[in-house]
Design a protein around this ligand. Structure first.
Ligand SMILES: *Cc1c(COP(=O)(O)O)cnc(C)c1O
Length: 445
C-alpha cells in the first residue's frame, strides 16, 4: 500500500512516536488485496471516537481536526446523534420514495425555514457529488425552458479553477482541476472554468449556450479561498443580465461551518441563489446530501424553477430515507439551537489571533471563514522528498504528534474541527501545530 507517512531526515521535531501503534498487518494486507487503491491512506486505523477525539486500536488518542473532512459537525458520536440513529433504526430504516416519508418533509421544512430562509424546495441525495449532478441537470432543464435565440437549449455551466464539485462524471466535469479529470476523458461537455475571484474575467464570459454559474462560496479542497463580496455580487449581476442560474456548492461550507448557516451569507447576504448543494456536515456522519432549487418564475403560467424537476425527472433509491433524515434533523437542530455557527466564528477569532502571535515565517497567511480555515505554508521551508506534497509532510508530522488535519492542495493545511469544539481543544491543537511548524522554521534557518 502506498503510504504517505515517512521520516524526514534531519528534522529535529520532538516525536510522539507511533511505535506503540504498529499499523496492523492484517488490515494492510486485506486493503492491498481487496480494496481499490484510489486513496493514499495514512497508517492509522481509528476504532472509536468521542467529541473531538479519536482512538486507535492500541488506545492511543488523537485530536481530530479533520472530522471526516468536515462531516462530523457535532464531533464523533454526539449523544443526540447516537440516540436519533438508535431510535430510528428500531422504528424504520428505509422505505422507497414511492411512498410518503414524513421525516423527509420535516427535514426539508427545517432547511427552508431556518437555514436557507428563501422560498424553494429540496431533493435528497446521498453525497455532495450527486447533489451537484442534480443542480447540473436542473440547469439543463432550465436551458430547455429558456433556450438560445435559435431555439436550441442552453446547457453550459460556468465553474472556476481550483474548484471541487465531486467525482461523478457530471461533478468531475464541473471541477476545475485537471488532476481530478486525468484519464477520464471525454468529459461531459458543457463546462468552462474561469479564474476565481477575478471580476474582470467575467466581462466576456457568457456565451449564447451559457445557462448557469456554479461555485463554492469558500473553496475547500482547492486550498481554502473565500469568494470576495465584489466577486459574488458581480456574478449575481451577470446572472440577472443574462438570465443565468446562480448555484452555490455549500457541500463543505454549509450548515454553520462558516459562521452562518449558509456560507454565502457571510460574504454577500443580500444575494438570492437559484440553487444550492449540500452534503458533508448536514448528516454528521450518515450519508446524506441535498440540493435546493428556488421558486424563480420560469413562464407566464406560474411554473417556477423548482417545479421544472417534476415527477420522473430525477431520483435516488436511498435518497432521503427515514434513517438519514431523522439523523440530519437532529444535527441541524443542534447546530441551530446551540448557535454553533456563532461559536465557529468565536473559534475562528481565537485561532487567527493565536497564529498571528506566533510570528512563524513558515505561515504565509490564514484563509477561510469560521471553522473552514486554511493555514498557508511557505513550501520552501519544508524538506520535501521528490514528488511529495509539502503540506502532506506537515500533515504527517502533525499526525505523529496526535493531531489529525487534512491538507488542501500542496501549500495549505486545513482546520476542520467540530462546530462545538471547546477553547481547550482548539488551544491544544494550536499548540501541536505551533511545535511542528516551529521545527520546520528551526530546521530551515
Ligand atoms: C466534498 C465536496 C464535494 C463532493 O462531495 P462527496 O460527498 O464526496 O460526493 C462537492 N463539493 C464540495 C465543495 C466538496 O467539498
Amino acid at each position: 500500500m502506498q503510504s504517505l507517512f515517512y521520516e524526514i531526515p534531519g528534522l529535529p521535531c520532538p516525536h510522539r512516536t507511533l511505535a506503540s501503534a504498529p499499523f496492523p498487518m492484517k488490515t494492510n494486507e486485506q486493503f492491498q488485496q481487496h480494496v481499490l487503491p484510489t486513496y493514499g491512506r495514512f497508517p492509522l486505523a481509528p476504532v472509536r471516537g468521542n467529541g473531538a477525539r479519536l482512538w486507535d486500536e492500541n488506545g492511543k488518542s488523537y485530536l481530530d481536526f479533520c472530522m471526516g473532512i468536515a462531516v462530523c459537525s457535532l464531533g464523533h458520536c454526539h449523544p443526540r446523534l447516537v440516540e436519533a440513529i438508535r431510535q430510528q433504526a428500531g422504528e424504520l430504516i428505509h422505505v422507497s420514495n414511492l411512498y410518503q416519508i414524513p421525516l423527509q418533509a420535516e427535514l426539508a421544512s427545517e432547511i427552508n425555514t431556518h437555514h436557507v430562509k428563501l422560498p424553494g424546495r429540496v431533493f435528497f441525495s446521498n453525497s455532495g457529488a450527486e447533489a451537484n449532478d442534480g443542480l447540473i441537470k436542473s440547469a439543463r432543464r432550465f436551458g430547455h425552458k429558456h433556450p438560445q435565440p435559435d431555439g436550441s437549449p442552453r446547457f453550459e455551466v460556468l465553474t472556476f479553477r481550483q474548484s471541487f464539485h465531486g467525482r461523478t462524471l457530471g461533478s468531475m466535469a464541473a471541477t476545475g482541476q485537471a488532476k481530478i479529470q486525468e484519464g477520464f476523458d471525454p468529459l461531459l461537455p458543457g463546462f468552462r472554468y474561469l479564474p476565481y475571484n477575478d471580476v474582470t474575467s467575467l466581462e466576456n464570459a457568457v456565451r449564447p449556450e451559457t445557462v448557469a454559474i456554479l461555485l463554492e462560496p469558500v473553496q475547500g479542497e482547492g486550498g481554502v479561498h473565500a469568494a470576495t463580496p465584489e466577486f459574488l455580487r458581480a456574478l449575481a449581476d451577470l446572472c440577472r443580465k443574462h438570465d443565468l442560474l446562480l448555484f452555490f456548492d455549500e457541500v463543505q461550507a454549509g450548515f454553520g461551518r462558516c459562521g452562518d448557516s449558509m456560507a454565502w451569507r457571510m460574504i454577500a447576504p443580500e444575494i438570492q441563489p437559484d440553487g444550492i448543494s449540500w452534503a458533508k456536515g448536514m448528516g454528521g456522519g450518515v450519508p446524506i446530501g441535498a440540493f435546493w432549487l428556488g421558486e424563480r418564475p420560469v413562464d407566464e403560467n406560474g411554473a417556477t424553477l423548482a417545479s421544472l424537476m417534476g415527477p420522473g425527472s430525477h431520483g435516488s433509491t436511498y435518497g432521503g430515507n427515514p434513517l438519514v433524515c431523522a439523523t440530519s434533523l437532529e444535527v441541524l437542530r443542534e447546530i441551530r439551537e446551540k448557535e454553533l455557527a456563532i461559536h465557529a466564528l468565536h473559534q475562528e477569532v481565537r485561532i487567527r489571533e493565536t497564529i498571528r502571535q506566533w510570528h512563524l515565517p513558515i505561515v504565509t497567511e490564514v484563509r477561510g471563514i469560521g471553522l473552514l480555515l486554511g493555514i498557508g505554508l511557505d513550501p520552501s521551508m519544508i524538506p520535501v522528498p521528490e514528488g511529495k506534497n509539502p503540506a502532506l509532510v506537515v500533515v504527517s508530522q502533525l499526525l505523529e504528534r496526535g493531531l489529525l488535519v487534512p491538507a488542501a492542495g500542496p501549500e495549505t493545511i486545513r482546520l476542520l474541527p467540530p462546530l462545538n469544539v471547546t477553547d481547550e481543544e482548539t488551544d491544544e491543537a494550536l499548540a501541536i501545530i505551533h511545535d511542528v511548524l516551529a521545527c520546520f522554521c528551526t530546521a530551515s534557518s
